[in-house]
Design a protein around this ligand. Structure first.
Ligand code: ADP
Length: 441
C-alpha cells in the first residue's frame, strides 16, 4: 500500500465514523465510538512510525532490500533520499578530513625535524614522531607547556619570545643535558582571527649534533694533516737551504743533510700514501678482489720485507699458523696492508731483544690472526683511541719510528670492508696482542 492509499483509508474510516456518529443517539454508544476511533488512530500512528523507522534503518543497513519494503514508497523515498544524501555528504566530508589528516600525518611523521604546534600559551596541541626524540624522557607531551619541556634544554625563553613576538625566531642552541647536543630551532607565531591574543606557535627542531661533530672532525683532520706535512716539509726546505748556503762545501755535513732530506721525503711519501689509502677506504668506492689465499705464504712474504729490520734490532720473529696450510678467501692486497701495518707497529714498538709473533687459527667459523709483541704496550686509557686517525700514544716516539698515526685507522677500515674486526689487549711494559677476526669461507 502506498502512502496516499493509507491517507485515503484514513479518510474513509473517519468519514464512516462520522456517519455512524450522526446516527447514534445514546451517549454511551457515541463515547464507545470515539474511544474506538482513538484506539484505531493510536494503532495506526504507531504502525506508521514503526514502518518509517524500519524503512530508514533498512535504507542505511541494506539498501538492496529497499525494493521489498515499499510499504509507502513515495513518502519513504523522499525521506530516504534526503537523509541518505545528508548522510553520504557527511561520510564524504569525514573521509576527506580523514584523508587530509592521514596525508599531513604521513608528511609530519616522515620528517627528520621535530615539529610541534602549540596554542598561544605554549601548550602542545600536536607534534610529530621526530619531536619525541628531542624530549625522550617526557612521558606526556600533548597538553604540556613546551616552555616547561624546553626549560631543561635552557631554551624556554626562546619559546616565550616566539609566542609573545611577531617575528620568527631561528637560532642554534647547544644543549648539554647528559650528552652535549646542538639543535637548530625555528619558531613562528601565526596570528589568529580573534585578536592579537589568538593564534598558534609552530616550532621546528633540527638536530645538528652529528653535522657539527663531522665539521669538527674535518677541521681537526685538516689541521692534523697540515701539521704532519709541515714538519717534514720544513725540514726538507731548511736543510736544502743550508746546503745552498755553504754546507754543500763540506762533504760530511752535506751527506748528513742529504740523508735528512731523503728521510723526510720518505716520511712525506708515507703520509701521502696512507692518506690516499684512507681516502679510498672512506669514500666507499674501494672494491674487493676476493680469492683464496694461503695465509702462511702471505705472512712469509710480509715478514721477508721486515726481516732485515728485525735482525738489526735483534727481534725474534715467530710464526704459528694452525693448520699451517690454512687457506682463506680474502682480498690479498688489502690483507697485506693490514698485516704489514700490524707487524710494522709490533717491530717499531718492541725494543731490541724482544719477540714478535704471528699466530692464526679457525675459531667459531672465523679466521683469527693475531700479531703479538713483547714491546712497550699501550696504557689502558689509550686503547679505545688508537684506531682514530693521527692518534698516537707517544707522539715523539711514533715520529721517530717513522709512524704516520694513520696505520691502525687504515687497518680498521680495511677490516670493516672485509666484514671483519680487530681487538687489542695490551699491558704497558709487557707487550700487545692485536687479533684480527674475519669470516672464514
Ligand atoms: P703510527 O704510525 O704512529 O704507528 P698507528 O695508527 O699505526 O700509527 O698506531 C697508533 C698508535 O698506537 C701508535 O702511535 C702507538 O702509540 C700505538 N701502537 C700501535 N701498535 C702498537 C704496538 N704494537 N705496541 C705499542 N703501541 C702501539
Amino acid at each position: 500500500m502506498t502512502f496516499r492509499g493509507v491517507i485515503a483509508t484514513l479518510f474513509l474510516v473517519i468519514f464512516s465514523a462520522g456517519w455512524f456518529f450522526s446516527r447514534l443517539r445514546g451517549t454511551l454508544e457515541r463515547s464507545l465510538l470515539i474511544l474506538f476511533l482513538l484506539i484505531f488512530l493510536y494503532l495506526l500512528i504507531t504502525y506508521i512510525s514503526r514502518q518509517v523507522r524500519r524503512q530508514i534503518q533498512i535504507s542505511f543497513d541494506a539498501p538492496q532490500r529497499m525494493q521489498e519494503n515499499t510499504w509507502f514508497d513515495d513518502l519513504l523515498d523522499e525521506i530516504y533520499l534526503n537523509v541518505s544524501r545528508a548522510h553520504s555528504e557527511k561520510l564524504q566530508r569525514e573521509s576527506e578530513v580523514k584523508e587530509l589528516a592521514a596525508r599531513s600525518d604521513a608528511v609530519l611523521d616522515h620528517m627528520v625535524e621535530g615539529v610541534a604546534v602549540t596554542d598561544i600559551k605554549g601548550h602542545i596541541l600536536l607534534h610529530n614522531k621526530s619531536f619525541c626524540r628531542f624530549f625522550p624522557d617526557e612521558p606526556r607531551i600533548i597538553g604540556e607547556p613546551l616552555g616547561l619541556l624546553a626549560k631543561k634544554a635552557g631554551i624556554d625563553d626562546l619559546i616565550e619570545e616566539v609566542l609573545s613576538g611577531n617575528n620568527p625566531v631561528h637560532t642554534e642552541v647547544t644543549y648539554s643535558g647528559g650528552l652535549s647536543k646542538t639543535w637548530s630551532l625555528l619558531g613562528i607565531r601565526t596570528l589568529g582571527d580573534s585578536g592579537p591574543k589568538s593564534g598558534y606557535g609552530i616550532f621546528l627542531f633540527y638536530d645538528l649534533t652529528e653535522i657539527r661533530r663531522l665539521e669538527r672532525v674535518r677541521k681537526d683532520f685538516v689541521a692534523n694533516v697540515s701539521h704532519e706535512i709541515r714538519t717534514p716539509l720544513t725540514s726538507i726546505s731548511g736543510f736544502a737551504e743550508a746546503l745552498m748556503d755553504g754546507a754543500l762545501e763540506d762533504p760530511k755535513t752535506a751527506r748528513s743533510f742529504l740523508e735528512i732530506i731523503v728521510n723526510q721525503s720518505h716520511r712525506l711519501n708515507s703520509i701521502v700514501t696512507d692518506l690516499l689509502h684512507l681516502a679510498t677506504l672512506e669514500s666507499g668506492k674501494a672494491s674487493l678482489v676476493m680469492k683464496p689465499v694461503d695465509l702462511s705464504s702471505q705472512v712469509a712474504s710480509i715478514l721477508e720485507a721486515i726481516r732485515e729490520m728485525a735482525r738489526e734490532k735483534g727481534i725474534r720473529l715467530i710464526v704459528e699458523i694452525d693448520p699451517p696450510n690454512l687457506v682463506y678467501e680474502t682480498d690479498e692486497g688489502k690483507m697485506n696492508l693490514v698485516l704489514s701495518n700490524l707487524l710494522d707497529n709490533a717491530l717499531k714498538y718492541t725494543p731490541s731483544g724482544g719477540t714478535v709473533s704471528v699466530g692464526a687459527q679457525i675459531f667459531q667459523g672465523r679466521v683469527e690472526i693475531s700479531v703479538s709483541d713483547s714491546g712497550v704496550g699501550i696504557p689502558k686509557e689509550d686503547l679505545g683511541r688508537i684506531f682514530e686517525r693521527f692518534y698516537r700514544v707517544d707522539r715523539a716516539r711514533s715520529r721517530e719510528m717513522g709512524g704516520t698515526g694513520l696505520g691502525l685507522s687504515i687497518v680498521k677500515h680495511v677490516l670493516e670492508l672485509l666484514g671483519g674486526g680487530i681487538r687489542v689487549k695490551s699491558t704497558p711494559g709487557e707487550g700487545s696482542v692485536f687479533t684480527v677476526s674475519l669470516p672464514f669461507k
